[in-house]
Design a protein around this ligand. Structure first.
Ligand code: F6P
Length: 545
């Protein structure tokens, strides 16, 4: 197999990129009043407009060729049908089965996983109904008021993002909290206003041996027992979600209170599994299933739609276009919806843990750039923080803008103001403002001020995608998340990397385990490099002070 960069399709893209160096989006829109129709797609209530990208019809077809020649179709099928595409860990990758509402069999090692999935969903329904209907009572006979999800990475970010996004659907009898950081501030400040009698802890961890989660879970247990001095009460106040029930039982949680999932669910793709229990408790199981339904419909679109009309494929290809042919290093996620305030944080793990790789599937170093840096925050806040750099800085930053046409709330004016900004920013990025336009707008006396004119010029020609959807419902959110997951898959498939392991997080964990015992004695440490030794010894001095 030639390296990706030596393939004819890649070389055609290199030549094409050179040939359209002077491509100008303003001109493209002026010349083609149908550009929006040509480069936009509708999926249910989601409009995906990608017309403000540095592309022509030829670019799209060359990118689609790249996907075709990368055997993307067969790779998609391999994922959906349970092949062990996470080859370094010999695991299937089946978050799509978790939301397979059609219930068609999905086989792993000759076993249909759908029946296990449905059993766990049924167990989640019974449990969430009981808690939400105040039938699940704590040790002192009181219903649950506060739920604390203790988990980190995929066992935190997905549930926290979705539970926050779906707040308008939340029960007003329950407060859901998320604790992830081993920094005690997180746990202490979360627990401060809570009462053990009415608190339910969910310990969420795929492996159930993650240092941060186990430390937080033990401290939560101590906090609980300080208030309710009865080990038997744990059964009514602690539940666990894990693929390792033996570790849960060892921790002391009642086996009845274990919600299972499986090793073919990656941590960062796990919100669709029982890891989503906190979401289901917050919004109810019907809404959780709507979330699954939205993702399932996006899965069908991804699996069955030709690449040139396939939203996640186009998203993935556009990312590759800027990442590999324009040298863009990052990608901004800019939701004009405060409910999506953790969307970017969630995608940072999904994308960067998946595609932050520098060897290909054969173990060879790649000679091309892989996963982008994902960053961003909701508009309009970001406009008053970092948009300056996107508009007038020296870096090319492709952006995704997302917004609902309808808010869940009804204050006058707010939503139209929000949406006017959602529409204006991509327009400004694309259109820019020329020196002639600046001069025409300046008062007479400033028109010869060359410095002022230069500082007010916006280069424009900056690419973005826009997603406009009806309302942030559970179903629409499910579809949006699934689109991003599949975008990551498309890029990993074309870059020929394993998007489903995360070996890069290991080394730091191993070294922390070496350092921890060194912090617990009074000796001067000299076994590391002089910087690490210096920091350890300074910490020990400061800590004593
Ligand atoms: O950051 C590494 C990682 O393994 C993630 O992939 C995972 O989501 C997170 O740690 C938490 O793992 P667990 O759910 O097993 O506690």
């Amino acid at each position: 197999m030639p390296s990706l960069t030596q393939t004819p399709t890649w070389k055609s893209l290199v030549s094409h990129c050179a040939a359209i160096q002077n491509f100008d989006l303003r001109e493209a829109f002026n010349l083609n009043p149908r550009r929006f129709e040509q480069f936009s797609l509708q999926f249910n209530d989601i409009l995906f407009d990608y017309s403000k990208n540095l592309i022509t019809e030829d670019t799209r077809s060359l990118l689609v060729d790249l996907a075709t020649h990368s055997a993307l179709s067969s790779k998609i099928e391999a994922m959906f049908t349970g092949e062990k595409i996470n080859h370094t860990e010999q695991r299937a990758v089946l978050h799509t089965a978790l939301r397979n509402r059609s219930n068609h069999p999905v086989m792993v090692d000759g076993v249909d996983v759908m029946s296990n999935i449905n059993q766990v969903l049924a167990k989640m329904r019974v449990f969430t109904d009981k808690v939400r209907n105040e039938q699940w009572l704590g040790q002192t006979g009181k219903p649950v008021k506060d739920i604390v999800n203790i988990g980190i990475g995929g066992s935190n970010l997905g549930p926290k993002m979705v539970a926050t996004a779906l707040t308008p659907y939340a029960s007003d009898k329950l407060n859901v909290h998320f604790v992830s950081n081993v920094d005690q501030t997180d746990l202490v400040e979360t627990l401060k206003p809570l009462n053990a009698e009415t608190t339910l802890f969910i310990v969420a961890s795929k492996m159930f041996n993650t240092q941060e989660t186990m430390t937080n879970a033990h401290s939560a247990r101590n906090w609980f027992l300080e208030q309710i001095n009865d080990e038997k009460a744990i059964g009514k106040h602690f539940v666990a979600i894990s693929t390792h029930p033996e570790n849960v039982i060892e921790f002391g949680i009642d086996p009845e209170n274990i919600f299972e999932f499986w090793d073919w669910v990656g941590g960062r793709y796990s919100l669709w599994s029982s890891i989503g229990l906190s979401i289901a408790l917050q919004v109810g199981m019907d809404n959780f299933e709507q979330l699954l339904q939205g993702a399932h419909e996006a899965d069908l679109h991804f699996r069955d739609t030709p690449f040139d009309r396939n939203i996640p494929v186009i998203m993935g290809l556009l990312g590759i276009w800027y990442n590999n042919f324009y040298g863009a290093e990052s990608h901004a996620i800019l939701p004009y919806d405060q409910s999506l305030r953790y969307f970017c944080e969630f995608l940072q793990q999904s994308d960067m843990e998946s595609n932050g790789k520098s060897i290909d599937r054969e173990g060879q170093p790649v000679d091309y750039s892989t996963g982008p840096i994902i960053w961003g925050q909701p508009g309009t806040n970001g406009q008053h923080a970092f948009y300056q750099l996107i508009h007038q800085g020296t870096k090319l930053i492709p952006c995704d803008f997302l917004a609902p046409a309808n808010s869940h709330y009804h204050l006058p004016k707010h939503h139209d103001i929000l949406i006017s900004n959602f529409l204006a920013q991509p327009e400004a990025l694309m259109h820019g403002r020329s020196a002639e336009e600046v001069i025409a707008e300046l008062p007479e006396q400033d028109r010869n001020n060359a410095i002022l004119v230069a500082s007010k010029v916006f280069e424009g020609n900056k690419p973005s995608n826009s997603f406009l959807f009806d309302k942030l419902t559970p179903k629409t959110l499910g579809s949006l998340i699934a689109f991003y997951e599949h975008k990551i898959f498309v890029q990993g498939a074309i870059w020929n990397i394993n998007s489903f392991d995360q070996m890069g997080v290991e080394l730091g964990k191993v070294l922390a385990k070496v350092i921890l015992p060194e912090l617990l004695n009074d000796e001067t440490i000299g076994s590391h490099d002089c910087s690490t030794n210096g920091l350890i010894n300074a910490y020990k001095k400061l800590r004593k002070a």
